[in-house]
Design a protein around this ligand. Structure first.
Ligand code: PEP
Ligand code: MN
Length: 338
């Protein structure tokens, strides 16, 4: 249930709503927007509570039930776009934020070279997986904590924020102590215990779409993080499973305008895991920016032929440099910049 307060409402009136909600055993989340305050009432029993119990309170403008399964990620809760601030890099503003780097941190030299290249080409964030749960248990699983330390050193040396995946609830605070953004992988989008643990942390998070999940399920997963109090959520479309087998996954471009319509959260696109082949990545990246994505997550490797993971879909430094130039033109044509 959403309680919208009148313009110019007082803190006492907002508190009156909060206290009534608490007396009814409901959870509360506040959106103290610039225009007007909104109080979200959360709980499994909101359906049984008459809206009048809140409509009569002083300062209340309207009370509406959100019929969608997701609440905090919805535009009903927050009408204006959310902007996530990553140590000065804003995701969800005018700038298209490019996060780029290797699929996995392989060694110090590879990561440093990747950081140098992506920074030089204008990327704002360095990506690199330290924990790499793979489809096969016999594939390279990442360097773990040693990889996190390499990311910290690359961040220090090149002055670029880093994003890396967290796969285990117990690792959330360790990963957050090295990373500027936590990445939740496609296979973990519905790992609700992990999402709840991340919700208790204040580190920004990129929530990748589960490749078999609908947009509604994705936004409902985002609610797990938001409900914990972490409002720094960025969504990432990375392709879904369809009958099509000429690409690794089918990039659901439609999800971008759909998210824009129904949610206030920023949305970025990973064209690399959708494409599965480097030659298709530029077209998907450009389409994403044209469709309104707030950023991109792209795999770039200093030498893709020697990559331990996802070499086939990784861009070479020169292909990435060219793509960045092309993206600047597309960004400009949609009123944004890189
Ligand atoms: C990744 O970006 O490193 C990754 C494993 O992607 P996904 O979770 O989308 O498969
Ligand atoms: Mn990868």
């Amino acid at each position: 249930m959403i309680v919208e307060m009148r313009t110019g409402t007082t803190p006492e009136e907002i508190d009156g709503v909060v206290q009534r909600a608490k007396s009814l055993g409901l959870g509360v989340q506040l959106n103290l927007g610039t225009e007007k305050a909104v109080v979200a009432l959360l709980g499994s029993n909101t359906g049984q509570i008459p809206t009048d119990l809140f409509a009569v309170l002083p300062g209340v403008a309207s009370v509406t039930r959100i019929m969608k399964p997701y609440k905090l990620a919805s535009r009903e809760f927050k009408a204006e776009n959310s902007v996530v601030n990553i140590n000065g890099v804003e995701v969800g503003g005018k700038r298209i934020v490019v996060m780029a780097g290797p699929c996995a941190v392989e060694n110090e030299a590879q990561l440093m070279e990747a950081a140098r290249i992506v920074k030089q080409c204008g990327a704002s964030v360095l990506r690199g997986g330290a924990f790499k749960p793979r489809t096969s248990p016999f594939s390279f699983q990442g360097l773990g904590e040693a990889g996190l330390e390499m990311l910290s050193r690359a961040k220090e040396r090149y002055g670029i924020p880093v994003i890396t995946e967290v796969v285990d609830t117990h690792d959330v605070s360790t990963v957050a102590s090295h990373a500027d953004i936590l990445q939740v992988g496609s296979r973990n989008m519905q790992n609700f215990t992990l999402l709840a643990a991340i919700g208790k942390n204040s580190c920004p998070v990129v929530l990748k779409r589960g490749f078999s999940c609908t947009v509604t399920e994705w936004l409902t997963a985002a609610d797990y993080v938001l409900a914990g109090g972490n409002s720094q959520v960025i969504l990432c479309e990375r392709g879904i499973r369809t009958f099509e087998d000429t690409t690794r996954f089918s990039l659901d471009i439609s999800s971008i305008p759909v998210i824009r319509k129904v949610s206030h959260l920023p949305v970025i696109v990973d064209p690399s895991h959708a494409a599965g082949h480097w030659s298709l990545v530029p077209a998907l990246a450009k389409a994403a920016v044209a469709a309104g994505a707030d950023g991109l997550l792209i795999e770039v490797h200093p030498n893709p032929k020697e990559a331990l993971v996802d070499g086939l879909q990784s861009l070479t430094p020169s292909d990435f440099a060219r793509l960045m130039e092309e993206l600047r033109t597309i960004a400009k044509s949609v009123g944004r910049y890189i």
